[in-house]
Design a binder for this molecule. Structure first.
Ligand code: HEM
Length: 550
């Protein structure tokens, strides 16, 4: 492969294309690419093309703009390592998602998730079905109810932590939301309840033999070093020449593995004592594994067992998919709400209507479907900033035809196909002339809205998936944690905004309006250098303050 060769392939398709000289999977670029682009921008030496398509996260930052620039909803980006097709049109995205064998999951780009071996996210076909069937059974309404109640408990802890520190602007939101989701996930999937401990408390406390810390610290180290792990592997990270932080990543991998093995041993003990009714993810997987090891005959429907390595790898991938996605979504939500105080009042109206008692312990799970404005705010925030950003497929070994505006184009073999959620979710043809304007109300239909109390019941929340809105994906690979994350996010919004509001703390010389505009602008700039997910580049620059509602 070379740039010239890939250029020839792109030309032959007849589609517009943009060129970059460095492959996105160049190891140096993986570690430092975005920092390099930002440095060039700071010194005013970045070319337009460098700023447009070189950083990690360029697609999320550019949203539909690159398509406007190229005057096409389907654009190729070529580089020395290959071709990437960027797609912003709803019909074409659905076509790609439907043609599951023509456009398969791009396992090369997903291989980063094979930290402990293959798993649900990095398998296809029957192997994938086995993983999905084994792990999916945990995601019941009963489990979502647990997610709801645990999110309320954790939200209370997080709010207490923030409000106790109200003399100083809170700048640790993006770290604290990660602790929040880690705790919710541990309760819902591992049956481990940990109390909320904010970033500052965490570093000041002693953690000898503290399992909750072992889980949180090792998992977050792995997630933040995932690219180094991908490049060097566990053994490579321990090499003499590697920096201390990389060795720390290898240690974290061992610690997280031993934490999971501990959970599995605990589950085996329960089984030995005849307790086989536990439903959380670890229990279900261990039971399946033990039953197959025993050689007991299983009926056909249950013959979908797993090895110990596969259990560990799946527990890891659920921890990956279920934590940072939701934590980043929550940080974005809080920042978006801080920039839009009128939406906070709109939320509080609904929350005070459906949750008349201010004590979260009295808020039952039934309220999830009633809190439509909370749902609308979550949709809107995910529309503007999506933590995953791309659904990544590939044409694989065979060129694939693709119809664009009634004309068939042949997409070369080995093309990475990016269905771009940020482009789809902000395309003017679907979202109007000012697609990035914050407008959660567009997700609610309230034809009969008036000022009477029952007008809240007349409000109807749009479906979480439509022809040009797919934040939890669609089709076979739809997110199995969709309802889980909805329950978690609605509960945390209720816990935070029923009685409190959040304000951006102005920096010196700034008024509140300017501070809010800055918060909004900061939220729009994302990156994923060194990570899999798109996060705000500088979340700590937005200082927040929590104030009790009168
Ligand atoms: C706001 C939060 C979330 C968003 C926006 C989200 C979105 C998505 C999307 C778009 C995909 C498809 C990815 C692709 O096809 O490349 C996905 C897959 C997945 N999600 Fe989520 N997700 C969220 C939360 C969760 C949670 C809480 C869990 C689990 C507890 C979870 C577990 C998974 C798993 C395991 C997959 C891979 C499924 C497969 O390959 O079959 N997600 N998610």
């Amino acid at each position: 492969q070379s740039l010239a060769h890939n250029r020839a392939k792109a030309k032959a398709t007849g589609l517009p294309y943009l060129e970059r000289w460095i492959s996105p999977i160049n190891p140096f670029w993986l570690l430092y690419g975005s920092s390099f682009v930002r440095l060039c921008e700071r010194f005013g030496i970045a070319s337009e093309n460098l700023s447009r398509i070189y950083s990690y996260g360029w697609e999320a930052n550019s949203r539909a703009e690159v398509h406007e620039f190229a005057n096409s909803d389907v654009v190729l980006v070529i580089h020395p390592g290959g071709l990437q097709l960027c797609v912003a049109d709803a019909e074409i995205i659905y076509d790609i998602l439907q043609r599951r064998t023509d456009f398969r999951r791009n396992m090369e780009e997903m291989a980063v998730l094979n930290v402990y071996g293959k798993n649900l996210s990095t398998t296809d076909d029957q192997e994938w079905q086995r993983h999905r069937k084994m792990t999916g059974v945990t995601f019941t309404e009963k489990n979502n109810e647990l997610v709801w109640s645990q999110s309320l408990v954790q939200a209370k802890g997080m709010l207490e932590y923030w409000t106790k520190r109200s003399q100083q602007p809170i700048r640790s939101t993006s770290d604290d939301t990660k602790i929040f989701t880690l705790n919710v996930l541990a309760a819902a999937l591992f049956n481990k309840v940990y109390s909320f401990e904010g970033q500052a408390e965490e570093s000041s406390n002693r953690h000898i033999d503290d399992k909750s810390y072992m889980y949180r610290a090792s998992l977050s180290t792995i997630l933040s070093s995932i690219i180094q792990i991908f490049i060097l592997g566990e053994e490579g990270l321990k090499a003499r020449w590697t920096p201390k932080s990389w060795k720390g990543a290898a240690e974290a991998m061992a610690t997280f593995r031993s934490y999971l093995l501990g959970l599995m041993d605990e589950e085996r003990m329960y089984m030995q004592h005849g307790q086989t009714d536990r439903q959380h993810l670890v229990a279900r997987l261990v039971r399946a594994c033990e039953e197959s090891d025993d050689g007991k005959s299983l009926d056909e429907s249950r013959k979908v067992n797993m090895t110990e390595e596969e259990i560990i790898s799946n527990l890891f991938v659920y921890a990956f998919a279920g934590n940072d996605t939701t934590a980043i979504a929550l940080t974005n939500l809080i920042t978006h709400l801080s920039a839009n105080p009128q939406t906070q009042d709109w939320l509080a109206e609904e929350l005070q209507h459906y949750l008349p008692d201010s004590d979260p312990e009295s808020w039952s799970y039934d309220n999830l479907k009633r809190l439509k404005r909370c749902g609308a705010v979550i949709y809107e925030s995910l529309r503007i900033c999506h933590p995953l950003s791309q659904l990544v497929k590939t044409t694989g070994p065979t060129p694939q035809p693709l119809v664009v505006n009634g004309k068939t184009y042949i997409i070369p073999a080995g093309t990475s196909v990016h269905c771009s959620l940020p482009a789809l979710h902000s395309h003017p043809k679907y979202w109007g002339k000012d697609p990035l304007a914050w407008n959660p109300e567009q997700h609610i239909n309230s034809a009969t809205h008036d000022d009477k109390n029952d007008s809240f019941d007349a409000e109807v929340l749009a479906a979480d998936t439509s022809e040009h809105f797919i934040p939890w994906a669609w089709g076979q690979r739809v997110c199995p944690g969709k309802r889980f994350s909805q329950a978690e996010l609605v509960a945390v919004l209720a816990g935070l905004f029923r009685n409190w509001r959040v304000e951006v703390v102005p920096e010196e010389g700034e008024n509140l309006d300017e501070a809010q505009k800055r918060a909004w602008k900061t939220s729009l700039k994302v990156d994923h250098q060194g990570h899999m997910l798109h996060e705000m580049v500088n979340p700590g620059t937005v200082g927040l303050r929590w104030v009790r509602r009168d």
